[in-house]
Design a protein around this ligand. Sequence first.
Ligand SMILES: NC(=O)c1ccc[n+]([C@@H]2O[C@H](COP(=O)([O-])OP(=O)(O)OC[C@H]3O[C@@H](n4cnc5c(N)ncnc54)[C@H](OP(=O)(O)O)[C@@H]3O)[C@@H](O)[C@H]2O)c1
Length: 301
Amino acid sequence: MKVLITGATGLIGHQLTELLLKDNHEVNYLTTSPLKIKNTNNYNGFYWNPQESKIDDNCIHGVDAIIHLAGASISKRWTKAYKQELIESRVLSANLLFSLLKKTPNHVKHFISASGTAIYPDSYSNIYEEQSTQIDTTFLGHVVVKWEESADQFKLLNIPVTKLRTGVVFSEKGGALLEMIKPIKMYVGSGFGSGKQIQSWIHLQDIANLYYFVIQNKSEGIINAVAPNCISNQELTIAIAKHLKRPLFLPNIPQWFMKLILGEMHILLFNNKKILPKRATQLNFQFQFPTIEQALNNIIK
Ligand SMILES: NC(=O)c1ccc[n+]([C@@H]2O[C@H](COP(=O)([O-])OP(=O)(O)OC[C@H]3O[C@@H](n4cnc5c(N)ncnc54)[C@H](OP(=O)(O)O)[C@@H]3O)[C@@H](O)[C@H]2O)c1
């Protein structure tokens, strides 16, 4: 199988690429950075610039499936300009792929897009599964709606579409967990706000495995890409401290203070959504790290 990946040079893309190459699949990837272009037998990079509608058409030759992971990072300060980039990096890039498929003979049979759990509204009472129709009305919810709409347009070309609503990815290679580990390691760790807010997360190996599973099984539609056991912010803080053998003695940091430091993006620390991977479970996907204990045992060594 030949897979075209956008954002292949990022955290998830890198893990997924390794998985595909290990099983002798071919990977083409699109990158905005010419310096990241490499060409080997089964791993070939192509340049694109979605802002300028530039794409190397050769990227699509022989491709069976597209995995769209590209997107500007949400963990940079949300200025007005950066908010636009958060949307455009996901939507203009999908639009560019759509135009390419429309004008170029191809045999792409599956379009799989990253998506986010931010689409679900904050709630202490709701448990979100894939059939939930409530939509978060904040900025991040809006980003995800636009992102999913841009993915759905591929159905117009009779290409099945899958959207992986991904929770926070935990890994030793980067991402949010490392930022949580740092202060706890330095004896200045604490939770945020009431600490009761529920966080949905997934181990990097599981999210890469899930993308691979979705291609192999041709699973369509929305899939919640979260571990089956979500956790409160306080439980997570305590679990990390236990693994690092560090005490926690500072009070939780109040929301107003984090807002002062991080601006609007502070909301990422206070999001409260209980999400279940109903479809992944129904499809019999096997999580390697279903609990936070298993994930931390693997990540914190
Ligand atoms: N990691 C998480 O916790 C998490 C959670 C939920 C959803 N997701 C989503 O899953 C996808 C992959 O996540 P990740 O953690 O692997 O992301 P990542 O490490 O930040 O990598 C994303 C890739 O997107 C490309 N990119 C960055 N800015 C871009 C722009 N302005 N225009 C076009 N491409 C751009 C970059 O590739 P090039 O430099 O090669 O162009 C980058 O390597 C993202 O869409 C992310 O929002 C991630």
